[in-house]
Design a protein around this ligand. Sequence first.
Ligand SMILES: [Zn+2]
Length: 422
Amino acid sequence: MTFTLGLDVGGTKIAAVVLDHNGTVVDDSVVPTDGHGISVIAQIWNLIDQKASSHALGGVGVAVPGNVDPSSGTVISAPNIRWDHVDLPTLIEPALRGSAEVSVINDANAAAWAEYRFGEQNPGDSFAMITVGTGTGTGTGIGGGFVLNGRLLNGATGAGGEIGHLTLIPDGEACSCGSKGCWERYASGSALHRAAVQAGWGPEKASHQLLESVGTRPEAEKLATTIQHLIRGMGLVAGVLDPTVIVLGGGLGTDPVFFDSEVAYYQELRITPPRSRPRLGKAHLGPLAGAIGAADLARPHARNRQCCPAASVMVNLHFGAQARQAPLGRSGVARHQRAHPGPGGGATALRRRRSTGARRRRRPNRRLPGHHALLVGFQHPPGPHAGTLQSRSQGGLLDASGAGSMRVTSHAAQQVKKCNPR
Ligand SMILES: [Zn+2]
């Protein structure tokens, strides 16, 4: 039986879950972390070693608190763990000794995917999750993740779903992002927290104390104001995305007092053009959601459904000076050629690509409009190895000289994906 490992990396802890082929959690653990750059990498290696010793891992998914380049798996920015342009797949795939592929995803998107797959009973094809933090610790703002027509929305730069900094109030309060009037300044636990502190509660548990004391008029008004701002933003989300259900997550979003109040005010939401409100739900999976989502997305069937983060890892490889341009097939679809095949995962991945190529040759061009690029040979683990990448429309090799890590354009990377939006 093959399992997948999901890791949710945060600034203070790393959650790990192992899913079996049915998507059932068979192993989970949480370890503290200091959130210091390279030491987090070492902890990820340790967790992989630990889980791989008791489960045959067929994939590893990592959720991170930051922007992830969807075509390469590179973590562009994750301030909480001090990562800046970290090529995570290349750093941790050697820990798997070629036995599994690594996919990387934003943590909020991973949590949304988990709730869509395993939390909400009737999520429909289009689903929105809005995470509302408590205003203390690391969960301070508003985050989100969306599934549209059955596929996770990653966006062009991996920032899809980052909705907390939409401008809700023009020229409103200054936000830590540098903008003004951001939604999370008015509708998250941070807003409730500030209101509670101004009312004289201590800063440690202010928002919870306010929620527990709701019933008196001043507290109720503060809560109502925060919820009304939240609903205003939810109306924008509903108007743009038209989801079947909006699920509230996060410490504040799932707080019983907050959620019950939210349900009451939600009945007033009007959407333009007029249509039914999306159903309002509460997240079910708790703090393991990100790890569960990352693990599920590392499973092959899920990669196909959400446009294959692992396929993008395929193109983020090391190329040597021997790299050369491969010829195009007669149909215009590139032929696969093995340049210098390597051991372990390289060979496995190559075989998988060959089968994909065979399918494409039977249906030339029909599912590959415009540009496409195909990887035809590589070695793993990384080193001074050879490989070629070709692009039909760009006319050949894409910067494959030298032994350093090569970044392929997202345009080319998209065409390597096994799934096709059409
Ligand atoms: Zn902001």
